[in-house]
Design a protein around this ligand. Structure first.
Ligand code: ZN
Length: 187
């Protein structure tokens, strides 16, 4: 399913403080359990005070550096699920000469997350698991962190993540590729 909710995002000053938000920011924040992220609570704060995963912070830092250095728009696609929707979004960073960066998010697709029985196996030989509290998904290459390493969804049971909380992160491969200058791991 595709959706057109417009573009939302924020503007950073040269020190990565959020100076304004735009688009349907508050609507989007409230729909996604983001009551702590409404405009009144984020304007004037430092962007990185909202990013608690080290790899994600490194990825965002690399993209900001790339946008400010190249002075060209830098875009990546990433997963951005809400409790009920599997979403793919695109983030674009556009830097100005004074260090200001516009960070725009646009949702490309969203689909309902299916519910499923509690017990599943991992097709690639992993152990039978009866509970899966939290799984990590790389926001850049979309792979899932499994006991057997980072795997594409196509290598796992279709419902592998359906009864888990998905925690967004960035995998080691994508971090490596970001540092080397390309936008995602060739995996
Ligand atoms: Zn990755």
């Amino acid at each position: 399913m595709t959706t057109d909710r417009g573009t939302t995002g924020y503007t950073l000053d040269g020190n990565d403080c959020i100076v304004s938000v735009f688009g349907a920011w508050d609507t989007f924040a409230l729909e996604n359990d983001g009551y702590r992220c409404t405009s009144g609570k984020v304007i004037g704060t430092h962007l990185f005070s909202h990013i608690h995963d080290n790899h994600s912070a490194t990825a965002v830092r690399s993209l900001l550096d790339a946008a400010r250095t190249s002075m060209k728009p830098v875009s990546i696609q990433y997963s951005c699920d809400s409790p009920n929707l599997a979403r793919v979004a695109e983030m674009t960073m556009i830097a100005d000469e004074d260090g200001t960066v516009i960070v725009a998010h646009h949702i490309i697709s969203e689909d309902p997350i299916r519910t499923s029985p509690k017990t599943k196996t991992i097709l690639d030989g992993g152990p039978l698991r009866t509970e899966r509290p939290i799984v990590k998904r790389c926001t850049m290459c979309m792979r899932i962190d499994t006991p057997n390493g980072w795997r594409h969804m196509s290598d796992l049971e279709p419902d592998y993540t359906s009864d888990c909380r998905v925690f967004h992160a960035v995998c080691d491969d994508c971090i490596k590729h970001l540092r080397s200058g390309s936008s995602r791991a060739a995996v």
